[in-house]
Ligand binder design. Structure first.
Ligand code: C2E
Ligand code: CA
Ligand code: CA
Length: 835
């Protein structure tokens, strides 16, 4: 009894897959390149849909955007599957009963193994006897779809869809006939041809057969020319039909299935048993999709089939007489081949994956089965090798692996791979009693570049940074991207701590020289934190965390530098935690919080023309905590919002009291940090504050640093305008220390520029400072902005400032920040009749 063959024997294994969000044109490009007629859509390991060349008929070619749609929008779903062990006969019944063109072949676990398509069944051998007997005329479809060459692609696809045709004859301009098929449409999805008419797009000339030719002739033409349709001509040369692979099958189901089964069995027997059948085998394998090589007993190639030529690029003439070593990729060692031969000798066959090289030099992976063919005496007379190209299956796997372990932008290892490597490195270091180092690297101000100039520039910059960093590390050091603008470096076999700090300095230096992206020059810095094994921890997680903490220190202590994690940092951490807890209490209760006011004087008249509100915090056990310490902590922990709100109420209520007492307080400026500025209800808050405390418009103003405004400049302008409309003054604080760009000043509705005190301090000492003060004051004058000189401590500085356009002076020389009562006593005069 012959058993029915399972579908897995004739299915296509070259599965292509993509994610649901892949643009249609990308999927089509891969299909066209691989000559695959379908694309599986996978979400993780789950098949969620399929898109086939037949679906091209439903693409709206009139809209070039249509090919950009994500494939999930157009795929078919659910995907009909068939178990790999299903007999072919049953599959054929399903094809005709369900009018399907494809079935996804799956194994027990439901994992996709291959695709079974109707054409594949016809492409496989077995139809010969039937095809020899019948004529083309009996198999062709009644009428071919004829299209005028001037139609648009959209109209042509519609005609094909309505007519249920997978191909159409196109009448081109010069009277020549061409053909347009679903497979062509895949190419046009991949690369939309715009408004070109189908007469220009059709493939020409149309291959034809006579209506009275034998079907076998038609099939050979189809295979030889690697096309899937032929025009059918009558005896006067007129086109009367189109013949496709499907048509070869039509009406021959029973015949065909029996033949197919028989031929496959013959193939197996022929290959496995004796040379007598080689002639038959040759016929069978000629049209096989698998590459086939037959050698003599000394492994000289005697025969290769067309599929071999297609896959490797070598013709039969080129291959004959040589050994299969001509395909050797050099990827496998001697042991691999020895093992293969040994298995062949002992068991008569070998099966496995092997990397070979095409004539073009390109590597490919094949799934190879070699069978030894013996004569009646049991001597090996030939070897037969069957292989399929599985490169793209492996490519898919590699891609999955890359995605899982590598960062797609920089192609550096990601955190997961880093952790794997670090774990191994720790074991190694432990065994050899060595040290290793983990460096946590974070770019300074990257976010601002990203937000201000767009993600494309940001990405490019990250790529350049990663390349520079890589260039300063040894081959066997690992550089990983942790995410965002954070990188982690793993240094193996560290002897001295000095070795690590030297690397750290090198990295800082490498990042600090300017970058050029898209014609613009940027400077970014970076902060590094270092932890050492075994000094700072013995576990992956601990080492990374400690390196991160050390990096944080580097950021706090000036950026563009590195810090080592040391045991004493633990204490520091504890202190910070304690401080944060205390600050939270203060923010909630207001306990220990107070505001000091520092006057701003008009340089020429000496009058008080404003004051800056500065937060003060006194804690019962911690004592006075400097704003330099608690403000950054508050910003990091989010406590800046409640603290800022408290401060504004304290200031507003103080102003109210002064006004009620008949004093004339000047405008008071409040410092805003980024988070406060970006609060969605800031404007409403300020409006309410003025209303609730009955303050004149603009009584409270604001100081902001440049970096806040660089973020999302457009939105910043919006908020600033709203504040200006309420009459509030807005000053750029610490001007010159950040991303100082004088040009952006003119686009922002600000009123005041405060030159940072470092430049005032530098006035007498360094020419650079003087140049900056000159430039800033000059520009401010042009733009009609008020200029404040901050941190004026000496008469010399005041004297030096007289050369520049400065409106206001703020500093210890003219007045320190003082509590409200002292401020009132010194600087406020009572309204009304006096003395
Ligand atoms: P800032 O905005 O630059 O404030 C000016 C700082 O310079 C104040 O330090 C002030 O006391 C100090 N200063 C004024 N004149 C001189 C001088 O002649 N010489 C020197 N060496 N320093 C002078 P302070 O009060 O320690 O505040 C430090 C920083 O903390 C402020 O810098 C500001 O950025 C922040 N800050 C203070 N209060 C607040 C607040 O309520 N909210 C926010 N967001 N930040 C605040
Ligand atoms: Ca300030
Ligand atoms: Ca300042």
């Amino acid at each position: 009894m012959t058993q029915e063959l399972p579908v897995e024997r004739i299915m296509h294994t070259g599965l292509l897959s993509c994610t649901p969000d892949t643009p249609l044109c990308e999927a089509a490009a891969r299909m066209a390149e691989r000559r695959c007629s379908s694309m599986l859509v996978m979400e993780g390991t789950q098949v969620v849909g399929i898109w086939t060349e037949h679906d091209t008929l439903f693409v709206d070619f009139g809209d070039p955007e249509a090919v950009q749609l994500p494939i999930k929008r157009v795929m078919s779903r659910p995907v009909a599957t068939i178990h790999q062990a299903t007999p072919i006969g049953e599959a054929a019944l399903r094809f005709s009963a369900e009018r399907r063109r494809h079935l996804l072949v799956v194994d027990d676990a439901g994992t996709p193994r291959g695709i079974l398509s109707q054409t594949d069944m016809a492409l496989n051998q077995g139809l010969e006897p039937y095809l020899r007997l019948r004529e083309v005329g009996a198999a062709m479809r009644s009428r071919p779809l004829l299209l005028q060459g001037k139609l648009t692609l959209k109209e042509a696809a519609e005609c094909m869809r309505r007519g249920g045709c997978d191909a159409a004859v196109v009448m081109c301009r010069d009277g020549q006939l061409g053909i347009l098929t679903e497979r062509d449409l895949v190419r046009f999805v991949a690369c939309h041809p715009g408004a070109t008419a189908v007469g220009e797009l059709a493939s020409r000339p149309l291959l034809t057969v006579g209506v009275e030719d034998a079907l076998i002739h038609a099939r050979d033409l189809l295979i030889d020319h690697r096309v899937r349709h032929l025009g059918v001509l009558d005896d006067r040369g007129g086109v009367v039909g189109l013949l496709g692979f499907q048509d070869l099958l039509a009406g021959a189901e029973h015949l065909y299935l029996d033949d197919l089964r028989e031929a496959l069995e013959q193939r197996d027997q022929a290959l496995a048993q004796s040379r007598r059948n080689l002639q038959l085998a040759e016929r069978v394998i000629d049209s096989s999709l698998e590459g086939i090589i037959i050698t003599d007993a000394r492994t000289r190639i005697e025969f290769v089939n067309p599929a071999f030529t297609h896959m490797t690029g070598y013709s039969l003439e080129e291959a004959a007489g040589r050994t299969p070593a001509m395909l050797s990729s050099g990827r496998h060692d001697v042991g691999f081949y020895q093992n293969m031969w040994q298995t062949l000798q002992e068991h008569g066959h070998w099966r496995g994956e092997i990397w070979n090289r095409r004539k073009s030099g390109q590597l490919y992976l094949e799934l190879l089965t070699i069978t030894a063919i013996r004569n009646d005496q049991g001597e090996v007379t030939n070897y037969a090798a069957l292989f399929t190209d599985i490169t793209h299956i492996r490519e898919n796997e590699e891609q999955v692996r890359r995605l899982a372990y590598y960062d797609p932008l920089t192609r550096l290892p990601n955190r997961r791979l880093l952790e794997d490597r670090l774990e191994l490195a720790i074991l190694h270091a432990h065994r050899h009693q060595q040290r290793l180092a983990v460096i946590f690297l974070d770019l300074d101000h990257f976010k601002q570049v990203n937000d201000a100039l767009g993600h494309a520039v940001g990405d490019e910059l990250l790529l350049k940074v990663s390349q520079r960093l890589r260039g300063h590390l040894r081959e066997d050091d690992t550089l990983a991207r942790q995410g965002g603008d954070e990188f982690i470096v793993l240094l193996n076999e560290v002897e001295e701590v000095d070795d690590v700090t030297r690397v750290a300095r090198r990295l800082v230096e490498s990042v600090s020289s300017p970058f050029e992206v898209g014609g613009q020059i940027f400077r970014v810095g970076c902060s590094l934190g270092i932890s050492l094994y075994p000094d700072d921890g013995a576990k992956v997680e601990t080492l990374v965390r400690h390196a991160d903490a050390a990096m944080y220190r580097a950021k706090q202590e000036g950026r563009n530098t590195y810090r080592l994690f040391r045991a004493e940092m633990h204490q520091q951490d504890h202190r910070l935690l304690e401080l944060e807890t205390a600050l939270r209490t203060a923010a909630e209760t207001g306990e220990g919080l107070d505001v000091h006011y520092q006057p701003l004087f008009n340089r020429d008249s000496g009058q008080v023309q404003g004051a800056e509100a500065l937060l003060r915090w006194h804690h019962p056990s911690l004592g006075h905590v400097s704003p330099g310490d608690f403000i950054p902590l508050a910003e990091r922990s989010g406590l800046i919002l409640p603290l800022g709100e408290r401060l504004m109420h304290l200031v507003a209520s103080q102003l109210h009291d002064w006004l009620v007492a008949g004093l004339e307080p000047p405008r008071i400026a409040v410092n805003l940090s980024g988070r406060q500025f970006w609060q969605s209800d800031l404007v409403a808050q300020v409006r309410a504050l003025h209303a609730n405390y009955c303050l004149p418009p603009g009584q409270i103003g604001f100081e902001l640093t440049e970096s806040i405004l660089l973020d999302k400049q457009q939105q910043a302008v919006h908020t600033l305008k709203a504040l200006r409309e309420m009459g509030c003054r807005i000053a750029i604080d610490d001007f010159g220390t950040g991303y100082s760009s004088l040009s952006y000043l003119q686009e922002l509705p600000v009123t005041t520029v405060k030159i940072d005190r470092s430049f005032i301090r530098g006035l007498g000492e360094c020419r650079g400072s003087a140049a900056i003060v000159a430039a800033v004051t000059g520009l401010a004058k042009e733009l009609g902005l008020r200029v404040v000189a901050e941190g004026v401590e000496t008469e010399d500085q005041l004297e030096a400032l007289s050369r520049y356009h400065v409106d206001l002076i703020q500093g210890y020389l003219t007045g320190r920040p003082v509590a409200a009562e002292a401020f009132a006593a010194h600087y406020l005069i009572t309204e009304g009749p006096s003395g």
